[in-house]
Write a protein that binds this ligand. Structure first.
Ligand code: FE
Ligand code: FE
Ligand code: ZN
Length: 297
């Protein structure tokens, strides 16, 4: 069965029930959310009543817990240790986030590996490894898996190549708690050719085991392959294209991995996910999918 959903908003008042409701409305059975604003580290305690309600709704609508992904705030930068205090703050925040994911009863936390700022890739990678080893050691009682996201290579982002991701993975003490989240827009922008996805998976496997992949961000890209720009486009409307993305979504080897849409809102107003999921299920591209929404400027 297709495992698909989108990024959804975790409301401060509704908590998780809003995420589940939106996922059901979108026709999905998977979702990803930030436990607060992605650009800051302010977090409020989990409302256990709302959590119970959400869990019940998930069960009734056949959304397995393994299809729920939490995304760590993108300001967390484990690669930058220029300011020791900030680096430790990021570590402690990540530890708290892991505890939150565990309290939710979920298993996966997606993390951008980090940006080395001006210190160079090797220093950045070492800082990430050191930070992750501390985090994993400090959270032994919270068996959440950190999924390192493949990055576009914007600025000084680390994780834009399989070599870099392998370089991190190899030196992690508790490997059973590290996995990978593929992001199709990022892979394409980083320069990887996804048109022959079997060939890409062969390449991936020459660095890391396929079993590490526990989430796929299924985004099109506004830019040419190798652009390092990281600008997402709606499914089938960008430079990766419908056929290639569809092959990835329905690939036999990754059929149990949840696919998460992080595609842009239409006119910054309309969430595209319901229509995109419907189109994906129909396996037929519709160039006019958002004509109505686009008219309302
Ligand atoms: Fe991300
Ligand atoms: Fe992503
Ligand atoms: Zn992105």
């Amino acid at each position: 069965m297709l495992q698909i959903g989108s990024h959804v908003n975790y409301g401060s008042r509704e908590g998780l029930t809003g995420c589940v409701r939106d996922t059901i409305l979108n026709g999905g059975n998977a979702f990803m959310f930030y436990t607060g604003a992605p650009q800051n580290t302010k977090r409020s305690p989990i409302d256990t009543k709302s959590l119970q309600e959400a869990k019940q709704q998930m069960e009734e609508s056949h959304i397995p817990s393994s299809n729920v992904i939490v995304h760590a705030p993108y300001i967390i930068n484990l690669a930058n240790r220029l300011d020791e205090e900030k680096w430790y703050f990021a570590i402690h925040f990540l530890e708290e986030e892991i505890k939150r994911v565990h309290q939710f009863g979920f298993s996966y936390l997606v993390l951008h590996p980090g940006s080395h700022v001006k210190q160079g890739v090797d220093v950045g990678i070492q800082n990430i490894i050191d930070a992750l080893n501390i985090v994993l050691k400090d959270t032994k009682d919270y068996p959440v898996m950190i999924l390192l996201e493949t990055m576009a290579g914007k600025g000084t982002e680390i994780g834009k190549t399989m070599e870099e991701l392998k370089g991190i993975y190899e030196r992690i003490d508790e490997k059973e708690r590290i996995g990978i989240c593929l992001d199709t827009c990022h892979l394409h922008d980083a320069g990887y050719d996804l048109t022959d996805f079997d060939a890409f998976l062969d390449l991936f496997t020459s660095f890391l085991p396929l079993s590490l992949i526990h989430c796929i961000h299924i985004n099109d890209s506004k830019n040419e392959r190798g652009s390092h720009k990281d600008r997402h486009e709606n499914f089938g409307f960008g430079k990766i294209g419908f056929d290639t993305l569809l092959k990835i979504v329905f690939h036999e080897k990754l059929k149990d991995v949840p696919k998460i849409l992080e595609t842009p809102y239409i006119n910054h107003l309309y969430a595209p996910y319901q229509k995109e999921i419907e189109m994906i299920k129909s396996k037929t591209f519709n160039a006019h999918l958002f004509d109505e929404e686009k008219k309302t400027l």
